[in-house]
Design a binder for this molecule. Sequence first.
Ligand code: SF4
Length: 314
Amino acid sequence: MPKYLFGPVFSRRIGVSLGVDLVPSKTCSMDCVYCEAGATTSLSSKRCEFYDTAEIIGELDGFLSKNPEIDYVTFSGAGEPTLHSGMGRIVKFLKGKYPQYRICLITNGILLGSEQMIDELAGIDLVIPSLDAADDETLGRINRPATGISSGDIVKSLEKFRSRSKALFWLEIFVVPGINDSQESIEAIRKAVIRIKPDKVQLNSLDRPGTEKWVRKASESEILPFVRALEPYVTVEVIGKPALSASAIAGEKLSVGDFEEAVIGIVRRRPCTLPEIASALSVGDDKLLPVLGKMADTGVIKVEKMPRGVFYKV
Ligand code: SF4
């Protein structure tokens, strides 16, 4: 089983993408209340070679040499990818050997504005950074960043990267009712968006269990003020329900013995429903359900009911 790669996963946003997880689970410079990967266990904005860069490149090479039909190689996962100090080498390798595949980065944006990062990400095609708050009080309540990181720093970082990079730039705003939807908070975000000038803004809200139980999905009427405030300046999309279906890793069929490991590999990154896991593993619900039932009974995975369905998670 791959150590650093997951998917390919299909999403309405970017099509079929191969995920690359560059940092140990929940190593991040933020501890967002809505994070679907759980609470941050290592909160820092210091970069480090968490995993051997050559080993990650080797795994990517092994996968991509089979010419899989994917739209993007995406740096994401259960932590902040830019914290891996070998990212520049990985981007360079991908652009050099597999230029036919586009590269996407999903990031909290804190490090984007550094000269080093701008340099390392020179060949990247799409960046999806977050900006859930543009004032310090809201930032502290929603993103709970590592010490010394202010909302002003993040906005400056995004603005600088945007002005220097040729990559498509889609700014994601996660709406948390009661936290970042006040008039003042939306006004601060509006001003920041005008400065950053993203290609588009994507409004997201809770779709699967977050870190804090009290976080709930935003209603249409709670999302509308964001749309009204931002639409005069930028294209706005509401991405309430990220679609999730997938094909089996590199087209390889999994043996029954691999099931449990494969399921853990999927739900450890984010909670998933039965159809999502079945689709990711290319197996029928009927074959998967008994396995999930056994794993839940023995405490290997947990089950949580949400308005959108039953979710399985670690
Ligand atoms: S949502 Fe992203 S930035 Fe926030 S804690 Fe999770 S991994 Fe970190």
